[in-house]
Design a protein around this ligand. Structure first.
Ligand code: CP
Ligand code: NVA
Length: 309
């Protein structure tokens, strides 16, 4: 049987995505104020093991999967790709064949999305995309959870994305296709959202506007989202730092959004660059809930992958 890989939100049905988000809400509500490593009452992944492979740095993804797996009753192992035999040339396919004999699921944070696809194709265990150059689907499950707990159902809301049309932006595009919110993306032309992803999402019914005007995108928006101007692996830092300042989210920008608009950022943030301190630390910021929700969201993703949803 083909394992249930979680590679991109675009590959899920609307019902599957909704079930994952609802599970994240329910798991969070069921353990308010509990010690972080206490196992959930139903321990749905008792006896299961997760391996995580990191080719890039991580704080939130690593900790949320590790603690999340423990809360579900399972165990996890963290591998730094460079110190595994991947770092000495063992193929991703052979690594997948071996790991899927040893663990029940694998999460990979990789430089190349193709490597994750190749890994998944050779794996007998479910594979989770923990961020690639193309996308960051786990993040967006947590983002949707955060929006919904602060502002109710995301359907019908307007989300403004300002800055780089990067991996996190791509996963928002995928989500717009499934959850009926309006997505307005403003980027410099050189760093536009991937046209192919936008076209595919629109063809599937998504309401997405793309342009270069940050003020037009943020006007009246219910949610304002940004991310670093220089992602892991980007090599043109100087050019980027020159192109992005008009997309910085500051008080003047937030004043153009809806009155109680939320501010989201997947973190890590570069304060004073893509976001001002006053916005990060201000009353409209939901970034700490968003970070916490990575745990609840990742637990729901793990459960879906392992056939528990
Ligand atoms: N947002 C996010 O994925 O954070 P890390 O890079 O710290 O995992
Ligand atoms: N776009 C950022 C997200 C980090 C979580 C990056 O890829 O570095």
């Amino acid at each position: 049987m083909t394992p249930r890989h979680f590679l991109d939100i675009s590959a899920l049905s609307r019902e599957e995505l909704r079930a994952i988000i609802d599970e994240a809400h329910a798991r969070k509500a069921a353990r308010i104020d509990w010690p972080k490593a206490r196992v959930d009452e139903d321990a749905p992944l008792d006896g299961y093991a997760l391996a995580m492979i990191f080719q890039k740095n991580s704080t939130r993804t690593r900790v949320s999967f590790e603690i999340g797996m423990r809360q579900l009753g399972g165990v996890s192992i963290v591998l730094d790709a460079a110190s595994t035999q991947l770092g000495r040339g063992e193929t991703v396919e052979d690594t997948a064949r071996v790991l899927s004999r040893m663990v029940d699921a694998v999460m990979i944070r990789a430089n190349s999305h193709q490597d994750v696809l190749d890994f998944a194709a050779a794996s007998d265990a479910p594979v989770i995309n923990g961020l690639t150059d193309l996308s960051h689907p786990c993040q967006i499950v947590a983002d949707i959870q955060t929006i919904e707990e602060r502002a109710g159902d995301i359907a019908g809301k307007t989300v403004a994305w300002l800055g780089d049309g990067n991996n996190v932006c791509t996963s928002f595009i995928h989500a717009a296709e499934k959850l009926d919110f309006k997505l307005r993306i403003a980027t410099p032309a050189k760093y536009a959202a991937r046209a192919q992803e936008v076209a595919a999402a629109r063809a599937a019914g998504a309401d997405i506007e793309v342009g270069a005007d940050a003020r037009a995108a943020i006007e009246g928006a219910d949610v304002v989202v940004t991310d670093t101007w220089v992602s892991m692996g980007d090599t043109d830092k100087e050019e980027r730092m020159a192109a992005f300042p008009p997309y910085a989210v500051n008080d003047e920008m937030m004043a153009r959004a809806a009155k109680d608009a939320l501010f989201l950022h997947c973190l890590p943030a570069h304060r004073g660059e893509e976001v001002a301190d006053s916005v990060m630390d201000g009353p409209q910021s939901a970034v700490w809930d968003e970070a916490e929700n990575r745990i609840h969201a990742q637990k729901a993703v793990l459960m879906w992958c392992l056939g528990k949803l």
